[in-house]
Design a protein around this ligand. Structure first.
Ligand SMILES: Cc1ncc(COP(=O)(O)O)c(C=O)c1O
Length: 409
């Protein structure tokens, strides 16, 4: 085990290993090695002994510590045990899984709901199972890795269109054989820049060319639309969306993924979708937490309003202090701060964590080429005082790092 083989398969990662080591040797903290020693609430944790404001957890509705959610999980843990040890199609479907799927059907007003073990697997499974040999998958260039991986796993032909570009989507659809099966894959909110998709226009084009449409609402569920279903609900295009994919790891506050649909043949997917069939189902405690959280989100109107208030406060405050933001106005509960280069991004991120603010650092390939970001995600439970503290600390971090800020607007 100690001698490296002649052909080391990990050698291809040497440039990345060197880059990472170079970053750490400059004395900054590892942005990808954070450990939460203690989580105090959805907005605060102790990290390396320091009290830290959490501003990068996608816990939009703050459901992780909701007393009803926690109690439901505890009861299911007691009554059903720690795990199912089996696939959904064998011994891994418990009453709790059915209750969670019922909660999803009620939340989305759909006939069908299928729970996967993660949102990643939901996209992997849906995209690869819907589109097969001879079909086309048409996806936004900025799509999440799980959508790209679903494309790779399918035997379909892949066509990318420029991010959120309706004209480019139309141009590419026009070139495809009219009779071929087509799946257009979109996201409600794009999580890197925090911008939303012009779903009405994109979906109109997709439908005009006979495509089926799948929308990933990972970052829209809980607070977009009258019922919190997502950007597609707010855009008024629910009747034209064939499949909605989502995750429990953001607004719902636990772990898991799902797809909902009204398609009459939807249930057959349980037998043919490999990332659903060939993996163990989620523990019953997780299902009970998710079901309770989803039902509470149906009426969380005050929390939604609060989330938008806090988002506007952060976006407006950063802009007023001269930070360059990825969107002119707050489009979602993700506020992305544009950075000039990798080194400044890393130093800014490190200064913020030392000062007690946790945000996400993002760089290519997760971001579009040449785009470096500090991504902030806001929680409905962030107080105005916390947002104001964060704004002050962003200013201090910029000062420490020598990041030049634009003239205050
Ligand atoms: C747009 C999008 N889709 C899917 C996922 C995957 O979700 P999960 O964390 O449940 O695997 C994510 C998570 O980051 C995401 O941002």
């Amino acid at each position: 085990m100690t001698d490296l083989p002649k052909c080391d398969l990990l050698a291809k990662y040497d440039p990345l290993i060197a880059e990472h080591a170079g970053l750490l040797s400059s004395g900054i903290r590892d942005p990808f090695g954070i450990v939460m020693d203690k989580v105090i609430s959805p907005t605060e944790a102790i990290i390396k002994g320091k009290h830290t404001i959490l501003l990068g957890t996608y816990n939009y509705m703050g459901m992780t510590f909701d007393p009803d959610v926690v109690a439901a999980g505890q009861a299911a843990l007691r009554d059903f045990g720690a795990g199912t040890t089996g696939s959904r199609v064998l011994n891994g479907t418990y009453q709790t899984h059915k209750e969670c799927e019922d909660a999803l059907k009620d939340f989305y007003g759909t006939a069908h709901a299928m729970v996967f073990s993660t949102g990643y697997q939901a996209n992997l499974g849906m995209v690869s199972t819907l589109a097969g040999k001879g079909d086309f998958i048409i996806l936004d260039a900025d799509s999440h890795a799980s959508i790209y991986d679903g494309c790779k796993m399918s035997n379909a032909d892949i066509v990318r269109f420029r991010h959120n570009d309706v004209v480019d989507l139309e141009k590419r659809l026009k070139r495809l054989p009219p009779e071929a099966g087509k799946l257009v894959v979109l996201e409600g909110v794009y999580s890197m820049l925090g911008d939303i998709a012009p779903l009405k226009e994109l979906i109109a084009v997709a439908k005009a060319h006979g495509a089926m449409v799948l929308v990933d609402e990972a970052h829209g569920m809980g607070f977009f639309g009258a019922n919190g279903r997502g950007v597609y609900e707010e855009a008024g295009v629910a009747d034209d969306v064939d499949f909605v994919v989502g995750t429990f790891s953001k607004s719902v506050g636990t772990v898991g993924g799902f797809c909902v649909s009204n398609h009459p043949k939807f249930e057959i997917l349980r037998l043919v979708c490999r990332p659903y069939t060939f993996t163990a189902s989620l523990p019953p405690a997780v299902m009970a937490c998710a079901a309770t959280s989803i039902r509470k989100l149906m009426t969380a109107h005050d929390k939604r309003a609060r989330l938008w208030d806090a988002t506007r406060r952060l976006h407006g405050g950063l802009k007023a202090r001269g930070f360059r933001l990825a969107t002119e106005t707050p489009e979602s509960a993700i506020v992305s701060v544009l950075m000039p280069d990798q080194e400044t991004t890393a130093r800014m991120w490190s200064a913020l964590i030392e000062l007690g603010v946790y945000v996400n650092m993002s760089r290519p390939p997760a971001t579009p080429a040449g785009v470096f970001l500090l991504r902030c995600s806001i929680c409905a439970l962030h107080t105005d005082a916390q947002i104001d503290t964060v704004l002050g600390l962003f200013e201090q971090a910029a000062h420490h790092t020598g990041l030049s800020l634009a003239q205050a607007a």
